[in-house]
Design a protein around this ligand. Structure first.
Ligand code: PMP
Length: 356
């Protein structure tokens, strides 16, 4: 071992979904939106003068914060923005989970939570979801140093009703409860109203899925002013200029086009419903999805086999070789044409499968 290696912070990193670069592939593995961003975004990218980049951006990203605040009908002081919701979530872990008691999040959920907890040396406990992958709210009424709930959850696609989140928020006045709503626009009930009623609720959202802007990197949090100030103190102690000038302008253009946003969502939801029918006919089952993906298992054909066969055909879905979920595939809802190609391939794979 080299001498300096004694001082290295070691961690097991999060593994992002593959980003294959081939052209004719069907990419249903990282829950991206199949439709382009709002037309105003392209206009900003076309018309932005490069001279804008000579100066530092607004460290508070004020224009974007105001646009998001207006969209949700909250005060700008209740909005925090970051480089994707991963940045916002990481910052929230660093800010709110500085105590000694373990934080709580489910055994099956977004696989970045334990990575941040390990990185920041935050102790944690992972109560098991029930046999139908539902949250047991009573598990979150034990002593804790904070709570993180993805709702709808990933990779299960299941949304818990608002009462469940409220019970957890009300039962934990001494802990910050982070509600990760990356997928809520596709079907779940938002916890945003709880941020007016409880000073310990922080709702985290992203532009990556419902706004088709995974490549731009915008996430945000909404909570009471004191929570937002606490987040800003940590952000300004680490990196003041997280949001670049082009992102701020393009993000505003996205938020301003509510009609396009709603139209795109409706298309994804309609395609999800059609895909559900076809997958059921092929022998798949899955929980009711409130997201832009399906968490599907086949009655006879193993998930890892289907995953590999799809990949051979240039169709990418996500497979997690982990306890309790290794019989499932997480399939992003693409365009109707992509879903047709997927279902056609699945039909072939399933009929050709011979066990053993
Ligand atoms: N939360 C959940 C539950 C997710 O699935 C993702 C996407 N990987 C994120 C947060 C992060 O998304 P982004 O950083 O693109 O906003």
């Amino acid at each position: 071992m080299k001498a300096w290696e004694m001082n290295v912070r070691r961690t097991v990193p999060y593994v992002p979904g593959e980003q294959p670069q081939a052209v004719n592939l069907v990419k249903l593995n990282t829950n991206e939106n199949p439709y382009p961003p709002a037309p105003g975004v392209a206009k900003v990218l076309r018309e932005t003068d490069a001279d804008l980049l000579r100066r530092y951006p607004d460290p508070a990203a004020g224009a974007l914060v105001r646009a998001i605040a207006d969209f949700h009908g909250v005060a700008p002081e209740q909005v925090f923005v970051g480089v994707g919701s991963d940045d916002v979530l990481g910052m929230a872990f660093l800010t709110f989970f500085a105590g000694e008691k373990p934080i709580l999040f489910p055994d099956i959920t977004y696989s970045f939570y334990d990575v941040w907890a390990d990185l920041f040396r935050i102790p944690y406990r992972r109560p098991a979801l029930d046999e139908n992958f539902r949250l047991r709210p009573e598990d979150y009424l034990q002593e804790n140093g904070g709570i993180v709930i993805a709702n709808p959850n990933a990779p299960t696609s299941i949304a818990e009703p608002l009462e469940v989140i409220e019970r957890i928020a009300a039962g934990n006045p001494g802990s910050v409860v982070i509600v990760d709503e990356a997928y809520v626009d596709f079907g779940g009930q938002t916890a945003l109203p709880l941020t007016a009623k409880y000073d310990n609720v922080l709702v985290v959202r992203t532009f990556s899925k419902s706004r088709s802007l995974a490549g731009l990197r915008i996430g945000y949090a909404i909570g009471c002013e004191a929570l937002i100030r606490a987040l800003q103190d940590i952000k300004y102690s680490y990196n003041s200029y997280t949001m670049n000038a082009v992102t701020i302008a393009a993000g505003c253009a996205s938020v301003e086009d509510r009609a396009y946003f709603e139209e795109t969502l409706a298309k994804v939801v309609a395609t999800r419903e059609t895909a559900e029918k076809k997958l059921r006919e092929l022998g798949f089952t899955f929980p009711e999805s409130s997201t832009n993906f399906l968490f599907a298992t086949h009655e006879t054909v193993p998930a890892d086999y289907i995953f590999a066969e799809l990949r051979r055909r240039q169709i990418y879905v996500r497979y997690f070789p982990k306890p309790r979920i290794d019989r499932f595939l997480r399939i992003t809802v693409g365009t109707p044409e992509e879903m047709d190609r997927l279902c056609e391939a699945l039909g072939e794979i399933i009929s050709a499968y011979r066990p053993g």
